[in-house]
Design a protein around this ligand. Sequence first.
Ligand code: HEM
Length: 128
Amino acid sequence: MSRIITLDELKANTKKDSFYVLLHEKVYDVSKFIDEHPGGDEVILSEGGQDATEAFEDVGHSDEARALLPDMFVGDFEKGSDLKTKSAVRNAPSDNKVSTAVEQGSNLMYFVPLGLLGAYFAWRFYGA
Ligand code: HEM
């Protein structure tokens, strides 16, 4: 059974010995984890009482990091609270499109001159 965590509750748990983090509209109690966090306690402490989704995603946390979350889950964040939560938008796909386009472009940049060079030598040796 899942609890609903209100904005007031989120804001009430911003002390190191009782600390809630809001990620992807879910609330996690990171009190026990905070001292072990590889990124340090300060970065997490500065996200108290607000939506930490963007900060968490900007770091590009690993699957191992994400796998720690279920154990710390407290409940879903209340819908329609004053706090605007961000949905999980990952910016990787659009970046990928750009880099494949650039890669295809640079392949052409190699193959066109190589093809011309090949054509020239074919003409030199087998032509007139
Ligand atoms: C609340 C749940 C969180 C968990 C379970 C978690 C877990 C982890 C883990 C396991 C790592 C090691 C690298 C990796 O596996 O990705 C890491 C690194 C890091 N985390 Fe978090 N993290 C949490 C929240 C945050 C938040 C809210 C921030 C905010 C800014 C943050 C900032 C960082 C930074 C900057 C690193 C990089 C440390 C380095 O490479 O030196 N983390 N975190």
